[in-house]
Design a protein around this ligand. Structure first.
Ligand code: PLP
Length: 396
């Protein structure tokens, strides 16, 4: 018999009742160290006082009005995002997938307003993940996401991950209007696009007048040690999707764009009932104020170096379990020799949370606020987990 909750997830038999910084308490009282952050959501950890204050103050004042009216919290958050990024304008939604939807609509609208409205195709990359709506799975194109859900949305062309020649040819096609990419692919197993490739994509878009769309839903909001991952490459997109970390656990998404890219998005062209609600935006302002605080990202970069060094040591100590470390900042992946899901499960026994990804990778995504002592404790627990996996391999 089907469960009351649609069985569309593979859930671990764990259920958490409380979160404190980088720690989560299971219903049976066990304390887990959180190297998952709800898949890169809890940017400031659990129960951050500034976020709790922002949410409860707003909850006491006003939950919801409507986008029929001016929402001051929305304006405050948009101003911060515009101040700290390439963007001139921001639309707020409730999730990453919704931001992807608008990115696709915005690119299409941009070209429909031009003298080449046939430029409806968006180039995307193998391994991409942009969400679960029909547009988002059509953009990603993988069988794992799309099987059984056709007909898919037309207007996407997927390219191999590092085939520069195919990319150059595809970008020159007369029906192509945009390129959409994650600067660090998350679900694909923490695959960063080298800075030279990001620069190359910007050049290619400039050469052909295409819009460059970055999906920073997982890699953005301080996770790589810069506010947004593309900053490392010294280039900017025309459109960018943001979600996860920007809400610090409150459902919040945003689509950032230049004035030029957003030129077709006039009144009545897009909307959302809950998008940009006062609760989410009040939390978003608190997140932005903390992450853009002087020295915050310096600390993230320092901790990232420490984590990476410890993980390299872990890999060296368990060559039968791990192959290497990859990624950037506090968005790291342990490429496994053993089965990644066995490593994650052994982590549960050792009371540490990590996240499996494609390409046999275990994702390590701690809160940006984690301490070095907590990192050391987490890696020690991963060491316990790896030893358990080693014993299992030896016994097999
Ligand atoms: C890169 C990327 N894009 C889009 C999404 C979809 O976001 P959401 O689950 O909030 O709709 C995710 C979620 O994992 C993601 O990692």
């Amino acid at each position: 018999m089907i469960s009351p909750v649609l069985p569309s997830y593979n859930r671990a038999k764990l259920s958490f009742v409380k979160g404190e910084g980088s720690w989560m308490v299971e219903a049976d009282g066990r304390r887990f160290i959180d190297f998952a952050s709800g898949i890169a959501v809890m940017s400031l950890g659990h129960g951050h006082p500034a976020l709790v204050r922002a949410l409860t103050d707003q909850a006491n004042a006003l939950w919801h009005t409507s986008n029929l009216y001016v929402v001051p919290q929305q304006e405050a958050l948009a101003e911060r995002l515009v101040e700290h990024t390439f963007a001139d304008t921001v639309f707020f939604c409730n999730s990453g997938t919704e931001a992807t939807e608008l990115a696709v609509k915005m690119a299409r609208k941009y070209w429909s307003e031009s003298d080449t409205p046939e430029r409806t195709t968006i180039l995307t990359f193998e391994g991409a993940f942009h969400g679960r709506s029909i547009a988002a799975i059509s953009a990603a194109g993988s069988e794992k996401l799309t099987k059984g859900f056709g007909p898919l949305l037309p207007g996407f062309r997927q390219l191999a991950f590092a085939d520069h020649e195919a990319l150059r040819a595809a970008a020159a096609a007369p029906d192509v209007g945009a390129i959409m990419v994650e600067p660090v692919q998350g679900e694909a197993g923490i695959r960063p696009l080298p800075d030279a490739c990001l620069k190359g994509l910007r050049d290619l878009c400039d050469e052909h007048g295409l819009l460059l769309i970055f999906d920073e839903i997982q890699c953005g909001v301080g996770r790589t040690g810069r506010l947004f991952a593309h900053e490392w490459a010294g280039i900017t997109p025309d459109i960018m999707m943001v979600a996860k970390g920007i809400g610090g656990g409150y459902p919040l998404g945003a689509l950032l764009a230049t004035e030029r890219a957003a030129r077709g998005m006039t009144a009545g062209t897009h909307g959302s009932t809950y998008g940009g609600n006062p609760l989410g935006c009040a939390v978003g302002v608190a997140v932005m104020d903390e992450i853009t605080r002087e020295g915050f990202l310096d600390e993230v970069r320092q901790k990232a170096g420490f984590l990476r060094q410890r993980l390299e040591g872990l890999v060296a100590a368990h060559p039968d379990v791990f192959e290497g470390v990859r990624g950037s900042g506090l968005m790291l992946g342990l490429k496994c020799q053993a089965t990644n899901t066995d490593v994650v499960a052994a982590g549960y026994d050792a009371q540490i949370l990590t996240v499996p990804a494609a390409d046999n990778v275990v994702r390590v995504l701690p809160a940006l606020t984690i301490s070095e002592a907590e990192i050391a404790e987490g890696v020690a627990r991963l060491d316990t987990a790896a030893s358990a996996v080693s014993r299992k391999i030896a016994a097999a």
